[in-house]
Write a protein that binds this ligand. Sequence first.
Ligand SMILES: NC(=O)C1=CN([C@@H]2O[C@H](COP(=O)(O)OP(=O)(O)OC[C@H]3O[C@@H](n4cnc5c(N)ncnc54)[C@H](O)[C@@H]3O)[C@@H](O)[C@H]2O)C=CC1
Ligand SMILES: CC(=O)C(=O)O
Ligand SMILES: [Mg+2]
Length: 570
Amino acid sequence: METKWNAAEGRLETTARGRAVLADPLLNRGTAFTEEERRALGLTGLVPPQVLTQDQQAARAYQQYRAQPTDLAKNVYLTALHDRNRVLFYRLLGDHLPEMLPIVYTPTVGTAIERYSYEYRRPAGVYLSVDAPEDIERALLATGLGPDDVDLVVATDGEAVLGIGDWGVGGIDIAVGKLAVYTAAAGIDPARTLAVMLDVGTNRKELLDDPLYLGNHHERVDRATYDSFVEAYLSTAGRLFPRALLHWEDLGPANARRILDAYRDKFFTWNDDIQGTGAVNLAAVLGGVGATGVPLTEHRIVVFGAGTAGIGVADQLRDALVAEGLTPEQATARIWAVDRHGLLTRGQQGIRDFQIRYARPAAEVAGWQYDEGLGGIPLAEVVRQARPTILIGTSGQGGSFTEEIVRTMAAHAERPIIMAMSNPTRLAEAVPADLLAWTDGRALIATGSPFPPVEYGGTTYTIAQANNALVFPGLGLGAVVAGADRITDGMLSAVAHAVARHTDASVPGAPVLPPIDRLRETTVDVAVAVVRAAVRDGVARQTGDGADGTVEERVRAAMWHPVYPPIEAV
Ligand SMILES: NC(=O)C1=CN([C@@H]2O[C@H](COP(=O)(O)OP(=O)(O)OC[C@H]3O[C@@H](n4cnc5c(N)ncnc54)[C@H](O)[C@@H]3O)[C@@H](O)[C@H]2O)C=CC1
Ligand SMILES: CC(=O)C(=O)O
Ligand SMILES: [Mg+2]
């Protein structure tokens, strides 16, 4: 049995019949099958007699969605719809994106991941086990997808999911959530995507002790075993799906950077937490800096939580400062990075290799207050001494931007830029209402998970969501349209600047990033910028504007829309 998209004819062709049609979410359209389709596909009598339009189906599905009692139940409902009728799922998600994004993505996806083995209904992608690396190829081929059929693979090992940590096999839901955003925002064809779970074990004891836990019941494997499994996955996926962008999500801090550095020049691969977060953060900083009227090069930046995301953020800020004319040393000196043992300083015990660049010289901090309990210089002291104008949280430590810290910062920054980027909501370093109150409404704010607008002093403040969801869909779409084979720093910088062009935070209460309800339009510009950067950097098979249309026309034409295509029984 086979289902194929016939691009020349603009129709789906399938040999499936009867219940097999209804069981395939890419084929199934339930009550919207026409009489003719029902006859041709052997569905006579298998669906109720009335034929509905997609509008009617969407209205009913929305009612059902609204009737769910909790956010988790809404997530489970949408997952079931996703697994039943993919077109209708994306129709609904697209129609209600600001309302449903927090359900299929952060924060609720975090709860779904924690509850994965209990809420499980159907498999969600490809599960690769470290205990059977010889099965990688068989598993990827079992999808029925061939070399030209895949644009995008999102893989995770579930070790550092959002800020909630190691959830083992449940992490597949973050890969599925990312794919939903790729399609809803950028029109990546869902039939051409794959979610992959690299099950290398889990160190969460409550999962290992739980007979219902669906992943491998052993601890995470040692580094050598892990590395050879990752290598086997990348080389197999890269060989079987040579056009596909291989996206990494929520790996642990010991692995994320190492894997990116080892493979970014060998494979068409990228790390969303390092590079996507860096790009969206830079976009938000550029948006905020525009409102301060102070050039980027004069800002002083503190990054709190110097892990995968934090150092990714620092790196792109540093590159942006260099692009604005600072030397690499001057740019690095503008950034203070604080981790679990306080400010990163040279010679500090336990500092990780990817953090070393940001370690401050001992002479600079000699007179700074040291906290014995912490084993380093705490954030409050760093803020007092370094006098940041930009404070970024990627620590996964809810509430760590205290009133004292924020007031200290606001005492010497007229428009403090404060980004509490940790997810899910409860892990935000501060909440917008507090930040506005503590800074008399002067703060320019962004958060990683969505927050409602805040009324303060007669102004309504729309809160920007600085989430890599604002950038990865456009990056993926642009990379696909360009026929790229690498993700370059130039592409990432182009992404940040394209997003920043969509904001004017100088208007009182305006957000430093474009809102989610304009995500699809922002994404088009991001994708166009990515194609142009890929061409400039020599990593594209396609060219820029040309006889086959402008880049924007090609980007728009490449976007998939949630409409039922003609279907042919063959
Ligand atoms: N808004 C966005 O687009 C994104 C947000 N994030 C968020 O950033 C957070 C971190 O994620 P990752 O970087 O992937 O995790 P990670 O584990 O690589 O990094 C977290 C870092 O915070 C440090 N840390 C832990 N406790 C600390 C404390 N008390 N004080 C200072 N530092 C502390 C850790 O040592 C580690 O270096 C998560 O909450 C995640 O949801 C991550 C990626 C994208
Ligand atoms: C948004 C995201 O990638 C994270 O919180 O890990
Ligand atoms: Mg992530």
